[in-house]
Ligand binder design. Structure first.
Ligand SMILES: [Zn+2]
Length: 334
């Protein structure tokens, strides 16, 4: 296997390069700035947007190597190239070409389709694909993003019309900024929690303007509230309120309840099961390694399609060759 799974995360075999190392490392590619993909590395390689958002969260790193999509970068005897991944602003997949010509792509989190606030994901051709499998189970099929946002906007409008304050709950980096712009495009006005507003200001500084007012403790006429999905961030609202969480886990019966919301909309910034299969096929990879979430289920689905696929995870590392080992899906918030 060209990659190995270690305590600190995923590492390229025979190289100092980590992929989204979870602990401080000498050198790591950082696919995007969600907290489970970042650490304060000595040397971090990513897009300018990711490195900016990451340093907002973990502090300055000693050396930030900012690459544009499509720009080549030499590291050791390897050639690195970044491709857009959808997902959130700055999200990138990396393709590492070894001296023998073997190409390894690590996707990080990715999502196909159009975004207003992130570059549309591309499909990098490769020999080995390391792909995230957060929603890698056949039960996860997301409706088109635009259709879900139409439904969210209609729901907000209905609440406002009957004098109820609509509160949306979404993860503060990425989901929130995309949701703001999608709702603004549908004629709504949004006020957002401090943490969301701070990240939105960074988006704006990076050339992707986000049009929401910082929540100052009071709502204005006709405003939709947008808050992180944690109870401690919930605002005090005078009068009736209705809450909806925006998450891919909306497809689960517990999707709304886990966030303490009245209902859930399946707004996801991850690929669903059919798109994961399609993506893996389209890369032309001869070997697929799945990781995170439903890694085992996705690998099984890919094998049914005739691809050579296997899961990598903490538990598999303990007993890599025991086919009976099934990793526990690691439920993730986004
Ligand atoms: Zn992510």
């Amino acid at each position: 296997m060209p990659v190995e799974w270690l305590k600190g995360g995923l590492k390229l075999q025979g190289s100092a390069l980590w992929f989204d190392a979870r602990r401080q490392s000498e050198v790591s590619f950082v696919s995007h700035a969600h907290t489970d993909h970042i650490a304060r590395h000595a040397r971090a390689i990513g897009t300018k947007e990711t490195l900016t958002l990451m340093q907002h969260r973990v502090g300055e790193v000693a050396e930030a190597v900012a690459l544009a999509y499509g720009e080549r970068f030499s590291f050791e005897a390897l050639s690195l190239e970044l491709f857009p991944a959808g997902h959130v602003l700055g999200a990138a997949q990396v393709r590492v070409t070894r001296p023998d010509g073997h190409r390894v792509v690590y996707t990080g989190d990715f999502s196909p389709g159009e975004f207003l606030t992130a570059r549309r994901a591309e499909v990098p051709a490769c020999d080995t694909l390391v792909v995230e499998s957060t929603f890698g189970h056949p039960k996860y099929r997301f409706p088109p993003r635009a259709q879900v946002y139409d439904e969210v906007a209609d729901w907000c409008r209905r609440q406002l019309e009957r004098g109820v304050r609509p509160l949306l709950l979404a993860y503060s980096l990425g989901k929130s900024q995309e949701s703001i712009q999608q709702l603004v495009a549908r004629g709504l006005r949004v006020t957002a929690h401090d943490s969301i507003h701070a990240i939105s200001s960074l988006y704006s500084a990076l050339g992707v303007p986000i049009d929401a007012r910082r929540f100052d403790g009071a709502f204005r006429e006709g405003e939709v509230g947008l808050f992180p999905p944690f109870a401690r961030h919930r605002p005090r609202v005078e009068g009736p309120v209705a809450t909806a969480v925006l998450t891919g886990w909306a497809l689960e019966p517990w999707g709304a309840g886990r966030a303490g919301a009245d209902l859930a909309f399946p707004v996801s910034d991850h690929a669903d099961y059919p798109s994961l299969l399609e993506f893996a096929r389209a890369t032309g990879a001869r070997e697929v390694i799945t990781l995170f979430g439903f890694a085992e289920e996705l690998a099984a689905g890919l094998r049914k399609e005739g691809l050579f696929a296997r899961a990598v995870s903490e538990r598999l590392q303990l007993d890599l060759f025991d086919a009976r080992v099934t990793p526990t899906p690691r439920a993730r918030r986004r």
